[in-house]
Design a protein around this ligand. Structure first.
Ligand code: FAD
Length: 386
């Protein structure tokens, strides 16, 4: 079915690695190039979001290569949102029917597991420390530079294959190549940035809050969320306008701010850890990317954040990226493995979905900070005499 075709995947994130599994199962000869070193051999990167919410959409895509059970076993079910009010009171807002939940998974572990699954296929070669620089769209010939610290000269490598799959994230270099053609593209940064903090386990090694929730401290202008980790800690993400981050320049200002708006979180994080973690890294930006089409003839196609990066408030960025892989392979089969028709059909279908996820994520940016409390707020106002 693959007729000995050789394909190049750019990016060894979860989407690129999953795509390598799917393509190799179909018999393609797969070369995956990743600019970083092998994350299975390194410590967790500081500052990148540590855990994420995986939903059915992403789990279904992992199922096809037998990774769903592994991920489910290590994920922590989050059955509802737990809303934390300023006065310290909390109440749950269920996600759906009883039995439905999201999974809090370790992002790095997920990425490592999918890379390991890909490396087990005899027809997949993983090339780390290779950064994609450019390609010839007409021939799918691509150029990489080796990024290993042992190679100061940045040696160049040119690869020829039948097609290039751009899975290289929100700032995709493959997408930049498509931008030279008739290609619609927009990117929008929101005024908010994010910063990660940690709620450590209690002294007796337990979770400091009920574990099976996505905890939210919605405060309209800003918001704190916390997802549970396997080691009994929670990773918190503070979303806030850069202009407010800019005012929090001293430890005392940070403490005063948290005591005023997130008092319960200060007790959970602990003042000392809050002061250290807050100044560890600058806040990071969030971008929405919309592109169309996602492909160039039968030579290049974009998946995941490279095609449709979105702000994280809908918790669907990676889920949608993993689903790209599932949907693409259904389309590929339907069109008898003809890349030209399949790339075009995938692009047509998925760019609409990608735009929709981006818009929904943006709407939820407002919803999570405020409206999530509104209907319940009216109800609880009576109950809790706020
Ligand atoms: P990436 O994970 O960005 O991987 C791209 C890979 O390509 C990287 O390994 C990179 O090193 C490599 N690369 C980049 N450039 C090159 C190059 N030139 N050459 C070679 N390799 C290259 N999504 C969810 O579904 N649920 C959540 O709860 C969630 N929470 C989030 C929270 C935050 C704070 C943020 C910022 C995002 C969140 N997301 C979430 C979104 C999710 O992180 C992304 O959608 C997902 O990581 C996209 O996967 P990807 O494989 O397409 O891209």
């Amino acid at each position: 079915m693959a007729d000995g075709k050789r394909v190049t995947i750019v990016g060894g994130g979860p989407v690129g690695a999953l795509n390598a599994c799917y393509l190799s199962k179909k018999g393609y000869i797969v070369d995956l190039y990743e600019s970083r070193s092998d994350i299975r051999k390194t410590e967790n990167a500081v500052g990148r979001s540590i855990n994420l919410a995986l939903s059915l959409r992403g789990i279904e895509a992992l199922k096809e290569v037998g990774l769903d059970e592994k991920v489910k076993a290590l994920g922590i079910p989050m059955r509802a949102r737990m809303i934390h009010l300023v006065n310290g009171k909390c109440y749950p807002v269920p996600y759906g029917k009883s039995g439905q939940h999201l999974l809090s998974v370790d992002r790095m572990k997920l990425n490592r597991d999918v890379l390991s699954a890909a490396s087990e296929f005899p027809n997949v070669d993983l090339h780390f420390n290779h950064k994609f620089v450019s390609c010839d769209l007409a021939t799918a010939k691509s150029t990489f530079v080796k990024t290993s610290p042992q190679l100061p000269d940045k040696e160049e490598v040119t690869i020829t294959s039948d097609a290039i799959f751009g899975c290289d994230g929100a700032h995709s270099a493959v997408r930049r190549q498509l931008q030279k053609r008739r290609f619609d593209y927009s990117q929008q940064y929101i005024p908010h940035g994010y910063k990660e903090l940690t709620i450590p386990p209690t002294e007796d090694g337990k979770y400091a809050m009920p574990a099976n929730y996505l905890h939210i401290w919605p405060r309209h202008e800003f918001m704190l969320i916390a997802l549970p980790n396997q080691d009994m800690s929670f990773t918190c993400t503070l979303f806030m306008a850069f202009s407010i981050f800019d005012t929090l320049t001293t430890e005392q200002k940070v403490l005063d701010f948290f005591r005023e708006v997130f008092p319960s979180a200060v007790d959970l994080i602990g003042e000392e850890l809050l002061k250290t973690d807050f100044f560890l890294l600058p806040p990071l930006p969030m971008v929405t990317v919309k592109a169309s089409p996602y492909h160039y003839k039968d030579k290049v196609v974009l998946f995941g954040d490279a095609a449709h990066a979105c702000v994280p408030f809908y918790g669907q960025g990676l889920n949608a990226g993993l689903e790209d892989v599932l949907v693409f392979h259904e389309i590929l089969e339907k069109h008898n493995y003809a890349f030209d028709v399949a790339f075009s059909a995938f692009s047509e279908q998925r760019s609409k979905d990608g735009h929709a996820v981006a818009d929904l994520s943006h709407q939820n940016y407002i919803e999570m900070r405020s409206s999530v409390t509104s209907s319940w707020f009216l109800f609880r106002k009576k109950v809790d005499s706020l």
